[in-house]
Design a binder for this molecule. Structure first.
Ligand SMILES: Cc1ncc(COP(=O)(O)O)c(C=O)c1O
Length: 436
């Protein structure tokens, strides 16, 4: 018995499944790791074991754990009473900074989580267009609300034809019929996207996508598919929504839309925008955002929207992402880590590949050709992934496990070249104990 496993036994008596979020059980271990403290790119579990963190709060702590700039901003707000549920001057300051930084944002609103951001964004798109259907990309993840909990982890044998992907529910308990509002297309299939618009274009309120599809590791859209998404949404009067909850600030200050040079009508931001505190954003064209109450008729509100602690943390974080040299450093670490990982796989004779962009990446086991969409990613070897995560954790590198699926991992800006080298040395030892 360790303190971690004891904690699991204790928590299970009061917390459903022993966790506060279902995906926190690390299935490679059979329980969650309960952490005691964290600093920079390292975390320590309840038994005092130290790990280099390649989860980084699922992408929320892009600056690293306990960043002093974020801490100072939070303490400043706490010292002033942190009155929540009122407007203060920080809201306007962060809104201005985001409108300067994110290409599509002319107006923004704050929400608390990525799930809320996409939920409100889709309602706004429906209010603005008077249409109800949403084009969703097969496999893309947009949070846990019922509108989009379809086709997110569809088993390989349930996918159906590429021309009509199954609207497979991602959870029990979703009211039957909601899937009727969704049209699905596999990522990077321009021919099928064109076909879907021909059939449903006039009924579509929006096309929502992960512009860089990190929820299947790391999949970048082809320039042809990107251009088609922009062209077809304009042609048919649907809104283009980039869900940048995960991709924002990952490879450029303006997120994937800056990197890919395509400006959507609306976008969502989450995770890194709050510097490790609960904050998310949706925003975009002024004429679209004007549909929100009180100017328009679309409701968006909430007691904790724009909590002052999170907004202060967000201001400090976004200011840090905008510092000269920030992304040069991210890209240099990315190159060192991803090429090092690919070399390790080759040296140990483990078939697989790493695809990464900026500070997040995916590892695909048993896959050697480039992954273009969910159908490619779902065929990766889940057992090998579980084996890898367990071995990495045993050797002091924390990877979160997503049930063996190919999903996203990442590093933070606090990681030095020496930390990367230490990570690779530990993973070299981990791979030595894996069966090829
Ligand atoms: C692209 C994307 N959208 C939405 C969400 C949901 O965000 P949250 O977990 O903050 O509700 C996530 C979470 O991983 C995400 O990756």
């Amino acid at each position: 018995m360790t303190r971690v496993t004891e904690q699991f036994d204790f928590s299970r008596k009061f917390l459903a499944g022993g966790v506060s979020a279902s995906t926190r059980v690390n299935r490679a271990l059979g329980h969650p790791l309960y952490f005691d403290r964290a600093a920079g790119c390292r975390v320590w579990d309840l038994d005092g074991r130290e790990y280099l963190d390649l989860c980084c709060s699922h992408g929320a702590t892009l600056l690293g754990h306990g960043d002093p700039r974020v801490r100072e901003a939070v303490e400043w707000v706490l010292d002033r009473g942190a009155a929540c549920s009122y407007e203060n001057e920080l809201h306007g300051q962060l809104a201005e900074l985001l409108c300067k930084t994110i290409p599509c944002c002319e107006r923004i609103r704050f929400t608390g989580s990525g799930t809320e951001a996409t939920m409100h964004c889709l309602r706004l798109a429906r209010a603005c267009t008077g249409r109800s259907k949403i084009l969703k990309i097969e496999g893309h993840f947009h949070g846990y609300h019922d509108q989009v909990m379809f086709s997110i982890g569809t088993p390989a044998d349930q996918l159906a034809e590429e021309s009509a992907p199954a609207r497979y529910p991602g959870s029990a308990g979703i009211a039957p019929g909601l899937e009727q509002h969704l049209v699905l297309v596999p990522y990077n299939r321009t021919d099928l996207l064109e076909r879907a618009f021909k059939q449903h274009g006039k009924e579509l309120a929006a096309l929502i996508c992960e512009p860089v599809y990190y929820n299947a590791g790391c999949v970048v859209p082809t320039s042809e598919f990107l251009a088609a998404m922009r062209r077809l949404t304009r042609e048919y009067g649907a809104l283009l929504i980039f869900d940048e909850v995960l991709s924002a600030f990952r490879m450029a200050p303006g997120g994937a839309q800056e990197y890919l040079q395509i400006t959507p009508d609306l976008c969502t931001l989450g995770k890194a925008v709050g510097g490790g505190f609960p904050l998310s954003v949706f925003g975009g064209r002024h004429d679209v955002m004007q549909h929100l109450m009180p100017e328009g008729t679309c409701q968006h509100s909430g007691t904790y929207n724009g909590h002052p602690v999170s907004v202060a943390a967000g201001l400090a974080a976004v200011t840090a992402y905008r510092q000269p040299g920030f992304y040069e450093r991210i890209n240099a670490v990315a190159e060192r880590l991803y090429s090092g990982l690919n070399q390790l796989l080759a040296r140990h004779g483990i078939p697989g590949r790493v695809q990464g962009l900026g500070a997040r990446f995916g590892i695909y086991f048993g896959v050697t050709r480039e992954v273009h969409n969910y159908r490619d990613a779902v065929r990766h070897d889940r057992q090998k992934m579980l084996q890898f995560v367990a071995a990495a954790i045993a050797h002091g590198v924390y990877f979160h496990d997503y049930g063996g699926a190919a999903c996203h991992h990442g590093f933070c800006a606090a990681m030095t070249d020496a930390d990367v080298d230490e990570t690779l040395t530990r993973l070299d030892d981990a791979m030595r104990v894996m069966n090829p």
